[in-house]
Design a protein around this ligand. Structure first.
Ligand code: DLL
Length: 438
């Protein structure tokens, strides 16, 4: 097992190590990043007020705008010359969020990624096909170096060129596939269109899927069509990238590598720390990053954390699947709706495929439109009854959302496919607001 000592730490040892590292990190961030010195001063606290994990709630939050304000190099705690790599994620505002890494940071990230592969079931003898995007996005290089660190053979196919991708999967007998879940769904579909039988023709045993929300129903569908075990991987560029948390083969939540990431759950509105086990926004403190320390970083991701021992024997706390982001939550006619709930309701409907788009619009009232493709087999069969399918889909959506959606059933292939993160929600109300603002 790769870095077994870190992977199998007991709860008490995790807390002890977290405490030691936290105290060191608070001092390091305060002394080396002017922004943190200022934040501490404004909050009226000094480093000596933080004596243990129970005091962490006193530390002010860090938010995405803090990073944007420090474009381009980020909130550096080291001279720029010590930075060996930058990554960046683009946001809606146009100013990218840049993250910097020292040599030690990259070593640490590689270790976390190698553990991530290992905990998901990958082994040094695996052939890893990495179909995440290479470049400023952290998915490509993160999954690449992690697999090399574990000792796997890596095929850096990157995103796109789906036909060649599938050909290589077949020729090289790929055993681990790393990509977004939406691209995995597309790959399964495209390989069938190219005449392959994915379950029989491919040797993939494990999928390392993440970077976007996906449901248990989507997991079941990928596992069934590809004949692999689909493992969820969570991360974000601000926190190195992928490799913050991963599912073990028990598939009962994603283990957060707690020796490196201290997690809290807060009420996204009041900012109060919530008791263990309550659903809220995840807030992370990075316990040893050199180039760009982050204290209490607000992710906007909503989830529940489970601190119990997992059946796999690991004590690293588990994210019980990301429910969505507080800023992705749609408020439709006053009802809160997460796109993932819509996905789950659709995929529960027999005859409905996993390709869908959600459109929210407004005339006088908010309106929810769901465009979804009919499953290919059903669409081509004589039994296809559009009325009946529409009725069942509508009933399933109402049961989950409590609001009525205008559903449009489309022929297979009608919704554009994506190679990276899928764009599934189009909120026309934001467009109207922009026009009204002008
Ligand atoms: O998506 C890093 C990554 C790459 C993770 C590859 C996993 C695999 P960002 O582009 O900064 O970084 O986006 C981070 O994506 O805050 C979540 O909202 C979402 N996200 C990432 N992983 C998951 C997941 C990468 N497993 C943002 N489930 C995060 C749900 C996820 N949402």
């Amino acid at each position: 097992m790769f870095n077994e000592k870190a992977q199998m730490m007991k709860a008490d040892d995790i807390r002890k190590l977290q405490t030691e590292k936290m105290l060191k990190m608070v001092r390091y961030a305060h002394d080396n990043v002017p922004m943190y010195k200022r934040k501490f001063k404004e909050a009226g606290i000094s480093i000596s007020d933080i004596k243990g994990l129970r005091d962490v709630h006193k530390i002010p939050f860090t938010v995405k705008d803090d990073l944007r304000d420090h474009y381009p190099y980020g909130i550096l705690a080291v001279p720029r010359e010590e930075v060996v790599r930058f990554h960046a994620s683009s946001g809606t505002t146009g100013i990218p969020t840049v993250v910097s890494y020292t040599r030690n940071d990259l070593d640490k990230w590689n270790d976390l990624m190698a553990r991530t592969y290992c905990a998901a079931g990958a082994k040094p003898e695996d052939i890893v096909q990495n179909a995440y995007g290479y470049g400023l996005f952290t998915g490509g290089l993160g999954f690449h170096y992690g697999a090399e660190t574990l000792g796997c053979s890596v095929l850096p196919t990157a995103t796109g060129n789906t036909k060649k991708q599938i050909q290589m999967m077949y020729d090289f007998k790929t055993t681990v596939l790393a990509c977004t879940p939406s691209y995995a769904i597309y790959l399964a579909e495209a390989s069938k269109n190219f005449g392959y039988k994915p379950r029989e023709d491919f040797d993939i045993r494990i999928g390392m899927f993440g970077a976007e929300p996906w449901s248990d129903e989507a997991r079941a569908s990928i596992q069934e069509s590809m004949g692999l075990r689909a493992q969820d991987v969570y991360g974000m560029s601000e926190l190195y990238g992928p490799g913050v948390a991963v599912e073990c083969p028990e598939q009962k939540g994603l283990h957060i590598w707690a020796d490196e990431f201290y997690v809290e759950t807060i009420d996204p509105v009041s900012g109060e720390v919530l008791p263990e086990g309550e659903k809220g926004e995840l807030v992370f403190t990075m316990l040893s990053r050199e180039a760009m320390p982050l204290l209490r970083y607000r992710t906007k991701d909503i989830a529940v954390i489970n601190y119990e021992e997992c059946d796999c024997g690991r004590w690293h706390p588990r994210i019980m699947r990301i429910k969505g982001r507080s800023d992705d939550m749609l408020i439709i006619g006053g009802v809160n709706v997460f796109p993932s709930q819509i996905e789950a309701a659709l995929l529960e409907t027999r005859g409905i495929s996993e390709h869908y788009q959600i459109i929210v619009d407004r005339d006088v009232l908010d309106k929810l439109y769901v465009k979804v493709e009919v499953d290919k087999d059903l669409y081509e069969s004589e039994d296809y009854n559009q009325e009946e399918l529409l009725k069942r889909t509508s009933e399933n959506l109402i049961a989950v959302l409590n609001i009525r959606a205008n559903i449009k059933l489309l022929e297979p292939g009608a919704i554009p496919r994506t190679v990276g993160k899928a764009k599934r929600v189009i909120d026309m109300r934001e467009e109207h607001d922009r026009i009204e603002d002008v």
